[in-house]
Design a protein around this ligand. Sequence first.
Ligand code: DX5
Ligand code: ZN
Length: 233
Amino acid sequence: MTHLNSERKDVMLSPSLLSSDFADLTSSVREAEQGGAEWLHIDVMDGHFVPNITVGPLLVESLRPVTELTLDVHLMIEDPDAFIPQFVKAGADVITVHQEACIHLNRTIAHLKSLGVKAGVAINPATPLGLLEEILPDVDMVLLMSVNPGFAGQAFLPSLFRRARTLRSWIEREGYECLIEADGGIKLENVAQVYEAGVGVIVSGSGVFDTPNPGETLKQMRRACEATKFVKV
Ligand code: DX5
Ligand code: ZN
């Protein structure tokens, strides 16, 4: 069974559970569903690649039976290859590894695809985008970090706008199918600008779950995006 809700839509929302109450995750899942989110973003941190520790495959396995949302797993870990099979078995739909964590990125992306999941590559704010040039034809998604990974609630780095426009121009020029996701510091106030820069999948943690009505915030985010248009580069 596939849970990849990736049919071409103007914008897809992937609220991050990192800002949820971990003692009551099901409530956050229901809020995401009620708000019309397509995806659910799960941040996996190992205390090595990033200075924080979060969750592993067990959480993905627990969430799988309770929702049809696309499980969007962001691996902020060293040696992702060692854990990819466990996340696939647990029910992840999209698995994103960091460019900075993969010595043999092409091999890792091929590994993900061979296991039947969508393959994403994430890139930190200070890593040159050009390092993705050779892998772009092979990935289903690029995740542009708009904070240094490790924590929810950090300030948005505006270099995301330039990076998203550049990446979008490369994808359109070559005719690739690749999605662009942005992650970090995205809130109702700046979501339309992020979308305008060419981002199709929006991650938001504190910008959703630290608001009084997360479902309503998600709906407002979608309306804000739909009120604008991609700027063609
Ligand atoms: C940061 C994580 C993000 C984080 C986003 O390392 O990858 O997904 O949850 O949280 P906000 O939206 O609060 O920046
Ligand atoms: Zn993330």
